[in-house]
Structure formats: C-alpha cells, structure tokens
Unconditional design. Structure first.
Length: 104
C-alpha cells in the first residue's frame, strides 16, 4: 500500500466531518452518508452478510486516483483504514460504485 501522509489523511477526515448520516425508508437496510443531496457513501450488507461501504467514484474514489495517484487496491486499503480509525468499523469492505452521486 502507498504511504499515507498527513495531508491525505486530513483530507479524508475533513470529508467525513462534512457528510451526514441519512436513513431512507425506501432502503431500510442501507445507510447513506450525504452532503448537498449527494451520496458519498452507502453502507449495506451483501448476500454473504459482509458489510460493504460503497464509495461514489466521482466524489470519493477518483479523488485518490487523480490527486494522489493511488491504484484501486491502495484506495480500498486506505479507505478501510480510515473508516476503522475514525468510525470504528473494522469489518467494512470498501468498494467503488459509479452512480451514487444523486439521491434517488
């Protein structure tokens, strides 16, 4: 995994501080992390009961690809580490999703 410097970690932490947790009655088994009516993350369980943190490609994933030259594996490990550190969720599996951006 690429080295995580303070700037990268602070940027992710700032993102976490800006988003809000939302529940949606239409999707009772999912949690949404949003800002300005855009979904940055969606938390759900898959068929194996693994907890998946879906990350919006344009709002989250692409930032680490373009600004820090991370590859997918680096991004996944970085987000997992940050979610564990700042939200206390150590069993989450981050994954990328391409159209979470606008709330349904």
């Amino acid at each position: 995994m690429k080295a995580i410097n303070k700037e990268i970690e602070q940027r992710f932490k700032a993102l976490l501080n800006e988003i809000e947790l939302e529940f949606d009655d239409d999707y009772p088994n999912r949690l949404f992390y949003t800002k300005d009516n855009k979904i940055f993350f969606e938390l759900s369980k898959n068929k194996k009961s693994e907890i998946i943190l879906w990350c919006d490609y344009h709002l989250v994933w692409k930032v680490f690809e373009t600004d820090y030259n991370f590859i997918d594996d680096d991004i996944q490990k970085f987000i997992k580490k940050m979610i564990d550190k700042y939200l206390g969720m150590n069993s989450v599996i981050p994954n990328v999703y391409f159209n979470l951006s606008f709330k349904r």
